[in-house]
Design a protein around this ligand. Structure first.
Ligand code: M6R
Length: 608
């Protein structure tokens, strides 16, 4: 998704902007540009393609100036092209704007401006902003910004430079992330913290409806109506290296290997010295739980798959009926939501547009909303009644890995906490599960130590046309995530099927040599899965089973087996997904794919 970086200070802005934008590359983009203000002139350079195209252009034809804004664009309105890239400018070249988000009423505004003689050169919604600023500018740029904000509808993070005000950058936020980086003799704006970390650890996180006037030596924060705002400085405690590859060839691999730590970091602060679960950040009383009639879990993509496991945990331990829905369906459906409903939204980034809209809808209908997210201060965290953070650290690769395993863990802890409040679990059972959870991290490490088998399977299946994943119960939930992981980074067609459903249609697609990955980790479903394996083998499938070590007789039925350590059935998902993540990674690697930035996808989907 789009990235914004802005700089004002004494250094050459172009280099700092490009450096910052590089740190946001993981968000996905199709074009990049900068606008540099120098001696009353704005120079814009922008190109379709990777940042390197822009970088090369600037190296060959330097653009001087100490104030500027930069942008990486992920096309929504208008195809990826030089013209549609940001920054956009006013016709007299005095105002330049970068924008993340969508201006919903841009067609109406555009027609109005055209009737006033304004000439549009791009297909973007953003261009209305630069022309509107020009239209409203009457010697006071802040007044013009306020009028523009009153006029436009939608979501936006804006960075603005104006040739008549060469001592300031203007930042405006509504529903799209934007921060201000606090330097010494220099300041920054950016759509995400990694862009400024090389220069400062001190940032202001802007809220919706706020703006900042950023000068070299000062930052003024205000609401968009001009009312001053005071805000605490947010000190970033994680390292820039945490956002870089740390010796791994890809972020995805690094993040897979970070799972033992992410699990430990998410679990340890939630278990007190008596070995009990303590979710301090939540304000959910026993009475509230007793009155809760149903739970909705709402999320997208991988977070939705974690939600499926969450449903199993909530129904199993807390005995409360739970519905899982993808946010884009939920928000246009007719959900059974009222004040007796607890809505749990799950989102790594905390900025996913559909999930945020679902959260708002749930609140409107009177539900209490609890967020499970990885990003402190994200929109979803701020707008929810309660937040349970996954402490996975920044996830950069588009393909989500450590976020998924920590989401499963957070949902399990939440289910156990609710179960205790609901008195639907005994303390003995609870202690037993917690003891098992406390070994999860080392069990994942065990899987990560032995990847040769997974690499050789990747070698065998990497040129397949189609790969199927089957499972029952929570194994089916993991199969869905395994299949998504494979298709998104390797571009191999893949489907996941509830194993018992095979004979109702999908079996027709199994032919000689078709790889079928069968998850067989649930003891009570073991025999059923063996029958399903036989079913596909009889049609020529090449079966790779994922099973617990104790079930080694599976070797008689499958062509290959990937073992996970022996654990209780309900905590297998956080283990069985790990070899599937690695398998997807090695298959994509063999196929020469752009693993961290798969085509057509973005890390954070902040538009509908
Ligand atoms: O940031 P979120 O967890 O809300 O993102 C939701 C999905 O876009 C995300 O999980 C996506 O499916 C993954 N990148 C897939 O690996």
């Amino acid at each position: 998704m789009c990235g914004i970086m802005g700089y004002i200070g004494a250094k050459e802005a172009s280099q700092i902007l490009i450096d910052g934008l590089e740190k946001l590359e993981y968000r996905g983009y199709d074009s990049a540009g900068v606008a540099i203000l120098n001696e009353g002139q704005i120079q814009v350079r922008k190109f379709k393609g990777r940042l390197s195209v822009l970088k090369e252009n600037i190296e060959q034809h330097p653009v001087e100036g100490n104030i500027g804004i930069g942008h990486t664009r992920w096309a929504t309105h208008g195809e990826p092209s030089d013209i549609n890239s940001h920054p956009h400018k006013s016709s007299d070249n005095k105002i330049s704007v970068v924008h993340n988000g969508i201006i919903e009423n841009y067609i109406e505004v555009k027609e109005e401006l055209q009737s006033l003689g304004y000439n549009f050169i791009s297909d973007t919604d953003t261009e209305v902003i630069s022309h509107l600023l020009d239209y409203y500018y009457n010697g006071d740029i802040l007044d013009a910004v306020k009028k523009v904000i009153n006029k436009i509808e939608g979501a936006y993070a804006l960075g603005i430079v104006h040739a008549d005000n060469p001592d300031m950058l203007i930042a405006v936020k509504k529903d799209s992330p934007l921060i201000v980086g606090i330097g010494e003799g220099e300041n920054f704006i950016a759509s995400d913290i990694p862009a400024v970390l090389k220069h400062t650890r001190k940032v202001y996180i802007l809220e919706s409806g706020e703006m900042a006037i950023v000068k070299k030596d000062s930052i003024s924060l205000m609401k968009t109506d001009g009312t001053p705002v005071t805000k605490e400085v947010f000190n970033v405690t994680w390292d820039i290296e945490a956002a870089e590859k740390g010796g791994y060839e890809h972020f995805m691999l690094k993040e897979i290997y970070e799972q033992p730590k992410a699990i430990k970091d998410t679990l340890s602060p939630r278990i007190n010295s008596n070995g009990e679960i303590k979710l301090d950040s939540l304000n959910i009383s026993d009475d509230y739980v007793k009155n809760t009639k149903r739970i909705y879990i709402i999320a997208c993509g991988t977070a939705y798959h974690a939600g499926l496991i969450g449903k199993d945990m909530l129904e199993r331990y807390a005995r409360i009926p739970t519905i899982v829905d993808v946010a884009s369906e939920f928000r246009y459906g007719e959900p059974f939501i009222d004040s007796d409903t607890l809505v749990i939204v799950v989102s790594q980034s905390g900025e996913t547009a559909d999930t945020l809209a679902a959260l708002r809808l749930a609140k409107e209908k009177g539900a209490r909303v609890l967020a499970i997210t990885n990003v402190v201060g994200s929109s979803i965290a701020r707008e929810s009644d309660d937040v349970l953070y996954t402490w996975a650290g920044p996830e950069i690769a588009v393909a989500s890995t450590k976020a998924y395993t920590t989401q499963i863990l957070a949902l399990t802890l939440l289910a156990l906490d609710i179960a205790i409040k609901n008195k639907s679990i005994t303390h003995e059972d609870m202690d037993f599960i917690i003891k098992n959870l406390s070994h999860l991290s080392e069990k994942i490490e065990e899987i990560l130590l032995n990847t040769e088998n997974i690499k050789s399977i990747a070698e065998r299946i990497h040129s397949s046309q189609s790969i199927f994943y089957i499972g029952r119960g929570i194994d089916y939930d993991v199969a869905r995530e395994g299949s998504l992981k494979l298709k998104e980074i390797s571009y191999i067609h893949s489907e996941s099927i509830a194993a018992g459903e095979l004979k109702h249609g999908t079996l027709a697609l199994i032919e000689e040599g078709t790889p079928v990955i069968a998850l067989v980790t649930q003891d009570r479903l073991y025999d059923k899965m063996l029958s399903n394996i036989k079913e596909v083998k009889a049609r020529g499938a090449y079966v790779i089973a994922v099973a617990k070590k104790e079930n080694s007789e599976i070797e008689k039925s499958a062509d290959k087996v990937i073992y996970i350590p022996d654990v209780i059935d309900e905590i297998t998902p956080a283990l069985s997904i790990v070899p599937l993540q690695l398998l997807s990674y090695y298959v994509a690697y063999k196929r020469g794919c752009d693993i961290d930035k798969p085509k057509n996808l973005a890390k954070s989907v902040t538009v509908e």
